[in-house]
Design a protein around this ligand. Structure first.
Ligand SMILES: Cc1cc2nc3c(=O)[nH]c(=O)nc-3n(C[C@H](O)[C@H](O)[C@H](O)COP(=O)(O)OP(=O)(O)OC[C@H]3O[C@@H](n4cnc5c(N)ncnc54)[C@H](O)[C@@H]3O)c2cc1C
Length: 415
């Protein structure tokens, strides 16, 4: 067995390792490096922040400007934890930190915060330079394989395994969606060998599967369903566009409902999603408009004229309602307000924006240290929390990274 590589350079210098160079790991490294700790950052990919860079491709929504209590509610069961954490490292703290990297941000529609000019790649470059300036070292192509019985970190670096010993460690290994970015969730197997309880990963913020007729699928594949309101089985609502695709629906109007759909899909194999195709009108009003004599107009023309119902909305009604609904204005108005779609599944984890599951909160203390591996802290999406996309995920990663970094720092100082 190879001997551990001690990281202690001299008697006074304390050292920490951070494994996982995504937003959570880099934030933990920043806290430690700014406090003068020697930090060695490891990642098994050839460069840092692959998922962060991917997030940048679709408009990097870094966080949100929202009252703290409202913000914390988006973390579901973990609301109390995030309620406390967001007071300690808040969206405003994140924006301040970004300003220190000379990244200015702006608040867009519905409180979403974006970088003003900088791309994700530019933010990452500035952040890595800042860390290197503080003396942090990066070791890419290093895969953490295990934590040995003496607390040694076992890495596989495209060659013989080697061991690293550190005074403390922050692991920020990510969840299990988009494995090609490096967050493949394989770490769960060695965590379980240590008896650390982890909830199995499941897709979150992902597309849904609906069996369309061949005609509907071929005609509307790629078409957005605009201005609709979607309601999941537990009453969770989401607005925004959803795009019709061959397998079902994708997009921001659907992603917040994956959590609501997950349970009924697991137990019953299907779940009902309600769609309000005419958000700005009451059912009674809709019925009155439908009752206006149709004369020789087709139903599609009639609904377009009276309700301003778009082509895809009308075709969705036709796709999901039996023909007799079109003979009863009240039933038709009900369908326009509450169209039932039968969802048969969620898209696979590999395509999801994020994952639910990970290290159970029962395994960590208030600073995110693992009780079964004292001195080892965990942060980011590898912890068992989930949130809708659109700023909540990245803020969750940054804030937990900050907390784990503070925890590791406190431990070093106490020792
Ligand atoms: C397409 C897409 C768009 C997104 N858009 C947004 C958005 O606009 N807003 C938002 O809030 N969120 C968004 N997200 C989510 C956000 O990117 C993640 O929540 C965030 O990156 C999680 O950060 P993390 O540090 O916890 O994990 P990650 O960013 O996944 O980083 C984990 C790191 O650990 C490394 N690693 C894993 N296992 C090992 C190992 N065994 N040894 C060594 N290294 C290892 C990985 O290589 C990786 O670098 C998006 C995600 C995707 C996929």
């Amino acid at each position: 067995m190879p001997q551990p590589l001690p990281l202690k350079a001299n008697k006074t210098e304390r050292c920490a390792i951070v494994v996982g160079a995504g937003p959570a790991g880099l934030m933990a490294a920043t806290v430690l490096a700014r406090a003068g700790v020697r930090v060695e950052v490891y990642d098994h990919m050839t460069r840092a922040g692959r998922k962060f860079l991917l997030a940048g491709r679709g408009g990097l929504n870094l966080t949100r400007e929202e009252p703290p209590a409202h913000f914390a509610r988006h973390y579901y069961e973990q609301t109390p934890f995030f309620s406390d954490l967001l007071q300690r490292f808040s969206p405003a703290d994140l924006r301040r930190f970004l300003t220190e990297l000379e990244v200015t941000t702006f608040v867009g529609s519905s409180g979403r915060v974006f970088p003003e000019k900088a791309t994700a790649a530019e933010i990452l470059d500035r952040w890595l330079s800042h860390l290197e300036g503080l003396g942090a070292h990066f070791h890419f192509s290093h895969r953490l394989q295990n934590i040995g019985p003496n607390g040694d970190f076992v890495f596989d670096a495209q060659g013989p395994r080697h061991l690293v010993r550190a005074d403390t460690a922050v692991l920020a290994l990510g969840g299990a969606s988009w494995p090609q970015t490096g967050s493949d969730g394989h770490w769960i197997s060695f965590f379980e060998r240590h008896g650390i309880s982890c909830t199995p990963f499941a897709p979150a913020n992902c597309g849904i599967e609906i069996t369309w007729s061949a005609h509907f699928r071929d005609r509307f594949n790629g078409t957005p369903l605009k201005n609709s309101l979607f309601t999941g089985p537990d009453g969770t609502t989401a607005s925004g566009d959803a795009v019709i695709c061959t397998y079902g629906l994708e997009g921001g109007g659907i992603y917040p409902l994956t959590r609501s759909l997950r349970q009924p899909l697991a137990t019953k194999g299907s779940a009902i999603l309600l769609v309000d195709l005419k958000r700005d009108m009451e059912k009674r009003q809709i019925a009155q408009k439908i009752m206006v004599p149709r004369s020789d107009r087709s139903w599609s023309e009639h609904l377009r004229k009276t309700l301003r119902l778009s082509g895809p909305h009308y075709s969705l009604l036709r796709e999901c309602c039996p023909a007799e609904v079109f003979t009863d204005p009240l039933r038709l108005a009900g369908a326009v307000k509450n169209l039932k779609l039968t969802v048969t599944g969620l898209r696979p984890l590999t395509e999801a924006i994020s994952s639910s599951g990970g290290v159970s909160f029962a395994e960590v203390d208030e600073m995110l240290m693992l009780s079964k591996l004292p001195g080892v802290f965990v942060a980011g999406e590898m912890l068992d929390w989930e949130a809708p996309t659109g700023g909540y995920l990245l803020q969750g990663a940054f804030s937990t990274g900050w907390l784990a970094g503070q925890g590791a720092l406190r431990r070093l100082r106490r020792e």
